[in-house]
Design a protein around this ligand. Structure first.
Ligand code: GLN
Length: 490
């Protein structure tokens, strides 16, 4: 059961081979056993989870014609990144600032999965306010990579990735501002998808950089991600960036043959900077695609070297504005001892935020300040346009773009902490997608040095999630990387 696909779990539940309560208990017991080592979950609540599971079983009993009971996800458990507000469960965003915060409402995504009859297993660890690529910035401690507990799981959705890799949950939510779904998926051997900007509502998802943030699914396979995305996506009036588009079934094209698919290979994604082990595995995956009938064509994204610098102006600028709401008055932490109001603000923020968050707030405030705005923020926005235009040009020659997700396999704890720029470069292949608002995904395609998983990145045209999912699913029909699990964790 722990290695079953969502479709298999759905069938087992429908045929009464297992109940939602039994399934939730199976995963809760694994969490209890393994979470002390992995630290993937910040919050669990057995009673709440089992109450939801009982409700799912009850609904199935009384009538399968009910919309939720008819959903293929009904009764299947999943866990949420702790950036999504959940009514009645605390939502920390990995920060001391929100360590005791209990949201009065559910995020759109949480609501959607609840309406589909899914059962919440708990809240997943993450980098503080989703800032990081290694999960080391969490106030609740680092998450361990189940493939090698001396290594990071990636970030910021590191708890989501570690939980699925260790089979503590069959699926999870994640968010991706510069790579935070795809990079941890790659480092932990999973499939994760960042949708086109605007496809999934961010209502109730704690904001980091609003022009970049997107929610998406993380699971073992593309087929699972397609089912999850179908449930999460859709118009929501409560998020002004949510797009009013007809509902889509993201599973509809999974079985299309890949004959004639044109894969663009950006030369900038295959240059220096990528480790040789990653290169060899990615090249082998591309050979597999050629065997499946796809052709590859060289393309260029000439401005991609500017993506990390542009991102580290835009994302901190937006973060400095979004995080101004954490002032000790409205939400979460307030310093216990202070003088006047200004002192209360400054002590609260000094004590409540960690070092990386403070670094971003400082950079963001600087680049937005009078006199520097034109030199930094405006320039970065112009570069962003050029990056998007590069993709438009490249997509004239191809249907999807492929390359590595991360330049290296999972690194050891502490390896990149001394130099923030080294850490920022972990997202060199993922960030341009966010700047352009494009959909991207990562899927496991083999193992590199020290037997650590390697991810293949697929980038699609705007709103072409189904084509990426089709390409990923066809590859997963002829390979089994996605069903491998870390040894010793069974
Ligand atoms: N690692 C990047 C950062 O630290 C991206 C994070 C994310 O996608 N949330 O900003």
């Amino acid at each position: 059961m722990i290695n079953a696909s969502l479709k298999e779990l759905s069938a087992a539940l429908a045929q009464r081979k297992i109940s939602a309560v039994e399934l939730a208990t199976l995963f809760l017991n694994r969490i209890e056993r393994m979470n002390p080592t992995l630290n993937a979950f910040i919050t669990t609540d057995r009673d709440k989870t089992l109450a939801q599971a009982r409700c799912a079983d009850e609904m199935r009993k009384v009538g399968a014609d009910d919309a939720a009971a008819a959903s293929s996800l009904h009764g299947i458990p999943l866990a949420h990144k702790d950036i999504f507000c959940t009514q009645g469960w605390r939502t920390t965003c990995g920060s001391k600032m929100l360590a005791n915060f209990i949201s009065p409402y559910d995020a759109h995504v949480v609501e959607r999965f609840a309406a589909a009859g899914m059962v919440t297993l708990g809240k997943l660890n993450m980098d503080e306010f989703a800032m990081g690529s290694s999960n080391e910035t969490s106030f609740f401690g680092a998450v361990k990579n189940p493939w090698d507990v001396s290594r990071v799981p990636g970030g910021s959705s590191g708890g989501s990735a570690a939980a699925i890799a260790a089979r503590l949950a069959p699926a999870a939510t994640g968010t991706d501002t510069g790579g935070s779904i795809r990079q941890p998926a790659a480092l932990c051997g999973l499939t994760g998808l960042k949708p086109t900007y605007g496809v999934v509502s961010r209502y109730g998802m704690i904001a980091f950089a609003s022009s970049l943030d997107q929610a998406g699914p993380m699971a073992k396979s593309a087929e699972d991600c397609a089912l999850l995305l179908t449930a999460m996506a859709g118009f929501d009036t409560r998020d002004s960036t949510s797009l009013e588009r007809p509902a889509e079934d993201y599973s509809r094209d999974l079985n299309q043959p890949l004959t004639g698919l044109k894969i663009g290979l950006p030369k900038e994604f295959f240059g220096a900077g990528m480790d040789n082990d990653v290169r060899a595995v990615v090249e082998a995956a591309l050979d597999e695609y050629r065997k499946l009938g796809a052709t590859t064509v060289a393309v260029s994204l000439p401005n991609s070297e500017l993506s990390v610098p542009a991102y580290y102006v835009i994302a901190p600028a937006e973060a400095s504005s979004n995080l101004s709401r954490f002032d000790g008055v409205r939400y979460g932490y307030r310093a216990p001892d202070y003088g006047d109001l200004a002192d209360m603000y400054s002590k609260t923020r000094a004590q409540g935020f960690g070092a990386e968050v403070k670094r971003r707030i400082l950079i963001g405030t600087y680049v937005l300040s009078h006199g520097y705005y034109d030199a930094y923020y405006l320039q970065a926005q112009k570069i962003r346009r050029l990056i998007a235009a590069d993709f438009t040009e490249a997509f004239k020659q191809c249907d999807v773009i492929m390359g590595p997700t991360s330049p290296s396999v999972a690194f050891a704890f502490g390896a990149k902490n001394a130099d923030p720029v080294q850490m920022y470069l972990s997202d060199i292949y993922t960030i341009s997608t966010n700047l352009a608002g494009l959909p991207g995904m990562s899927l496991p395609c083999g193992f590199g040095n020290n037997n650590m998983p390697v991810g293949l990145q697929i980038i699609g045209r705007w709103f072409d999630e189904t084509k990426m999912l089709n390409a990923a699913h066809q590859y997963q029909q002829v390979t089994d990387w996605h069903s491998r699990m870390p040894e010793g964790l069974a």
